[in-house]
Design a binder for this molecule. Structure first.
Ligand SMILES: Nc1nc2c(c(=O)[nH]1)N[C@H]1C(S)=C(S)[C@@H](COP(=O)(O)O)O[C@H]1N2
Ligand SMILES: [Mo]
Length: 317
C-alpha cells in the first residue's frame, strides 16, 4: 500500500501476487522453493534458517462462535505475503527480514485517560483470558483477502483491566519504534512509529481481537509478533502489529495512514464495497484463488452495523 495518487489501478494491482503464488505452488509441487529458484544451493535449503516459522504452540485454545467456516488460507501464504512497512514495502520481504526481531522482553504501556499509567508484561497480558481461535476474514484495502485462524481474546479483556475513565472516547495503538531492528524505519515512508485508533465502542466490540497467535502457534514475527490487533470488519491497516502502547483519549487520535493520505485511508475504514477509496473496493481476491469475489459490507460482519447507525459511511469512510 504505497502512498500514491488515486489513479484507478483496478485489479492489475493484485496480478503479480497471483503470479507469485502460482509460481510458488508450482515450485512446491516439484519439492522446490523460491529459495531454490533464487539460485541458492542445497546447504541453504536444508539449514534450519529456511524453516518457514519459528513459533510455539499455544496451550488451551478454545473455539469461538465468531469463526467463519470458510476455507482457511494456507499458513505459508499468510506468513509470506505481508504488509509490514517497518521492515519493507515488498510483501515477500518481511518473512525474511523480521526473522531475528526480538519479541521478548516485551511490555505494553497503558496511558492517557486511565486512573494510573501502567506497564504490563506481554506474558501477563496473555493470561488475562483464555486464548480463543477466531477464524476471521481479513481484507486489505489493496484488494487481497485471507482467512486466518487467529489466536487471542477480545481486546475488551484488556480494556476492562485498564479501567479507562469515562472521558475516554477513543483508543490509540502505537507500534514499536526501533530502527536498529526495523530497516524500513530508517526511511521516512511513513511517520514512525505506526499508530492506529478505534472509537471506544469499536474497541470494546467482542469481535475486536487482541491477537498473539495464528494457526495454533505464537505469531510469526512478520504477522505482528508478539502482539497485534485484528479488527475484521475494517481494512487490514487498522490492525496494528507489534503494539507497545495503548492510550485512551477523549478525542479522535491521529493515525499513520490517515495522516499520510486522509482521502484514501479514513479513520473508520470499514470494509465497504460501495465506497471507492484507494481504488474500487467492490471485489477482492483471496490469496491462492484466481477468480475475484464480491466484497461484503463490513467484510460480512453485519453485527457491527449498529455501531454506525445514523452515520454516513461515505463521509465517515
Ligand atoms: N505496525 C504495522 N502494522 C501493520 C502494518 C504495518 O506496515 N506496520 N500493515 C497493515 C496492513 S496494510 C495490513 S493489510 C495488515 C497485514 O497483516 P498480515 O501481514 O498479518 O496479513 O497489517 C497491518 N498492520
Ligand atoms: Mo493492507
Amino acid at each position: 500500500m504505497l502512498i500514491k495518487p488515486t489513479t484507478d489501478i483496478r485489479s492489475s494491482e493484485i496480478t503479480p501476487k497471483d503470479v507469485y503464488l502460482n509460481r510458488r505452488n508450482f515450485l512446491a509441487g516439484l519439492g522446490l522453493s523460491t529459495v531454490a529458484a533464487a539460485g541458492l544451493g542445497m546447504k541453504e535449503l536444508l539449514s534450519p534458517s529456511t524453516k518457514a516459522l519459528a513459533t510455539d504452540k499455544i496451550a488451551g485454545i478454545q473455539k469461538s462462535q465468531f469463526s467463519t467456516t470458510e476455507k482457511i488460507t494456507p499458513i505459508n501464504d499468510v506468513s509470506h505475503y505481508n504488509n509490514y512497512y517497518e521492515f519493507s514495502t515488498e510483501k515477500e520481504e518481511p518473512a525474511k527480514m523480521a526473522k531475528d526481531f526480538r519479541t521478548r522482553p516485551w511490555s505494553i504501556t497503558i496511558d492517557g485517560a486511565v486512573p494510573k499509567k501502567q506497564k504490563w508484561d506481554i506474558d501477563a497480558i496473555m493470561k488475562f483470558a483464555a486464548p480463543e481461535e477466531r477464524i476471521y476474514r481479513h481484507r486489505c484495502v489493496e484488494g487481497w483477502s485471507i482467512v486466518v485462524p487467529w489466536v487471542g481474546f477480545s481486546l475488551s479483556e484488556l480494556i476492562k483491566r485498564a479501567e479507562s475513565l469515562g472521558k475516554a472516547k477513543f483508543v490509540q495503538f502505537t507500534s514499536i519504534l526501533d530502527m536498529t531492528q526495523m530497516p524500513g524505519q530508517r526511511q521516512r515512508i511513513l511517520d514512525w512509529p505506526y499508530t492506529e485508533g478505534l472509537r471506544m465502542d469499536e474497541a470494546m466490540h467482542p469481535l475486536t481481537l487482541l491477537c498473539f497467535g495464528m494457526y495454533g502457534e505464537s505469531l510469526p514475527n512478520q504477522d505482528g509478533a508478539p502482539i497485534r490487533l485484528v479488527v475484521p470488519w475494517k481494512y487490514g491497516f487498522k490492525s496494528a502489529k507489534a503494539i507497545v502502547k495503548i492510550s485512551f483519549t477523549d478525542h479522535q487520535p491521529s493515525t499513520t495512514w490517515n495522516e499520510a493520505n486522509p482521502h484514501d485511508f479514513g479513520f473508520y475504514s470499514n470494509v465497504n464495497p460501495n465506497v471507492d477509496r484507494y481504488h474500487s473496493q467492490a471485489h477482492e481476491r483471496r490469496l491462492g484463488e484466481f477468480r475475484p469475489r464480491p466484497t461484503l459490507m463490513f467484510n460480512g460482519y453485519d453485527q457491527v452495523a449498529g455501531l454506525y447507525s445514523g452515520m454516513d459511511l461515505a463521509k465517515n469512510y
